[in-house]
Design a protein around this ligand. Structure first.
Ligand code: SF4
Ligand code: SF4
Length: 495
């Protein structure tokens, strides 16, 4: 028979512990450190697990009914979930990243899928960063950041529009405020303005150049066009040859869009042929309001928005990554690097992935506009995600403010139930919130629009990932997967 009173007792007990846990964590987050050792959430989870293991199907139903009666408040609590690890993140050393836009969203090209165009933030107003903003940004980013290596990421729009002098001054400010810190610079460019003078600056100052190239000419020119509507492939290839001649270190960033579908292997081999050893692939999945290619890009959930015509389909993206993975795992592990594959492998061995999109939470990667405005993330440069301005607030305060903390935790706390029950959650984490446009199977909002593709990829790569994780655990090289694959006719046999 159903023991409803027992279940009510269990539920009350769970709620009490949960309540104490929330108070403890809140006190800790406010700086009351002596409460740190009180790990109520462990007790909470242990009790919940115990309650579950002790219940029969019948009593489980009763527990469910008890929970259901106050479902709304329970869901509210879960959505505000704040764990011991979150508290440590919120109060520990301030390690964060940022992308900075010397000319805001200004660009000499007019790529159809550019996510900076049409946004309501400062991005819409081209404006070159002044020297005083530049120096303040450099100073704060170095002094507020506890990262071992302070990594500057110059982004756009097209950052080269700021001119060589701007970057020379930036390097001078880094030297002035660096005080022995290790500093790195990366710059993400469309390459069309790059000449020998730029190459010389980058080589002298050890910049790593990320060049945007989507693949062979027809794929690249489909959406990466200049303002007159012409293709940009030839100019980008010229920039690549210059960098190779001048000895500038570069890698590639390729969007995966509707034109790339079905051509993963071809794109991968093409990028290898141009000298890229480190390839980032970025799926473009945006929603727009309005008609045509220049329709305004809007955040998930905007009424009346629709999937952009150039957006990659979920299955198309999954197949694209599967095709590249197959080529990579058979021939190129250790010689060519695809950050997405490394990040997935990191999840298998319990390390923090280097890609924020696969992290459990986000909120540690700010975007700094040319006027000093700071936003929650480069992909959320909308007025409601503005955190402040470096002229009035410090970056350390902004990255740790409550609004930013909830922005970061929402990546985990607002996952739909389908993700929470998903066998690939450990690797996927629901991916980036900017892609969560779809409905889950039960009609819940917030499922990632690329879900089908991710499931396809994870299922396909699982066996090889497990093999590589095993090699790492045994202190051997994950590149052994290649000889293993060869021996087995490129088939992985789990036995
Ligand atoms: S919103 Fe997406 S891109 Fe921004 S930090 Fe989070 S996961 Fe990364
Ligand atoms: S694969 Fe799909 S269901 Fe699973 S965690 Fe990722 S987005 Fe969620």
């Amino acid at each position: 028979m159903c023991n409803k009173s027992t279940n009510i007792k269990i539920y009350t007990y769970i709620c009490t512990i949960r309540f104490l846990h929330l108070i403890t964590i809140r006190l800790y987050a406010e700086g009351f450190y002596p409460v740190l050792p009180l790990r109520w959430e462990l007790l909470f989870y242990q009790t919940a697990t115990f309650a579950k293991s002790e219940t029969t199907a019948e009593t489980e139903n009763c527990t469910y009914l008890c929970l259901k009666t106050s479902r709304k408040s329970f869901v509210r609590i879960l959505n505000r979930l704040f764990t011991y690890e979150d508290a440590q993140r919120a109060t520990g050393r301030t390690v964060f990243a940022s992308v900075v836009k010397p000319v805001g969203s200004a660009c000499n090209l007019d790529c159809a899928y550019c996510y900076y165009l049409g946004k309501g933030g400062q991005s819409g107003q081209p404006q070159k960063m002044t020297d005083s903003v530049l120096e303040e940004y450099v100073r704060q980013y170095i002094t507020d950041n506890a990262a071992e290596v302070v990594s500057f990421c110059w982004h756009g729009g097209e950052p080269l529009l700021a001119g060589i002098g701007f970057f020379e001054r930036a390097v001078a400010y880094q030297k002035k405020h660096g005080r022995g810190r290790r500093i790195e610079n990366t710059v993400q460019t469309n390459g069309t303005l790059l000449d020998r003078a730029w190459c010389s600056l980058f080589r002298r100052n050890g910049f790593l150049v990320g060049i945007s190239i989507d693949g062979p000419e027809d794929i690249h020119d489909a959406y990466r066009r200049d303002r007159a509507g012409g293709g940009t492939f030839a100019k980008v290839m010229h920039a690549v040859s210059l960098m190779r001649e001048e000895g500038v270190e570069f890698n590639t960033l390729s969007t995966v869009n509707r034109m790339s579908e079905g051509r993963g292997t071809e794109v991968y081999e093409f990028l290898k042929s141009v000298g890229s050893r480190y390839m980032q692939f970025m799926p473009v999945v945006e929603h727009t309001v309005g008609d045509g290619c220049r329709a305004a890009i809007v955040p998930p959930g905007t009424p009346g928005s629709q999937r952009a015509e150039w957006a990659v389909s979920a299955a198309g993206f999954g197949q694209f990554m599967v095709d590249i993975f197959d080529r990579w795992v058979a021939h190129d592990v250790g010689n060519y690097f695809v950050p997405f594959f490394d990040a997935v492998l990191a999840q298998y061995v319990g390390l923090t992935p280097a890609l924020c999109t696969l992290g459990e939470t986000c909120g540690r990667a700010l975007a700094v506009e040319s006027n000093g405005d700071v936003y929650a993330c480069d992909h959320f440069v909308f007025p409601e995600y503005r955190l402040g301005n470096i002229a009035h607030e410090t970056m350390a305060d902004m990255v740790k403010c409550q609004r930013q903390m909830w922005f970061g935790l929402a990546k985990r706390n607002e996952l739909p139930g389908q993700c929470k029950r998903c066998e690939w959650l450990f690797a996927c984490r629901g991916e980036c919130p900017k892609h969560r446009f779809d409905m889950a199977e039960n009609g819940e909002k917030g499922l990632n629009s690329l879900c089908e593709g991710y499931r396809m990829f994870f299922a396909h790569a699982d066996a090889c990932m497990k093999f590589m994780a095993g090699e790492l655990a045994a202190r051997r090289s994950p590149a052994n997967v290649m000889s293993y694959m060869k021996k087995n006719g490129n088939k992985y046999d789990e036995k």
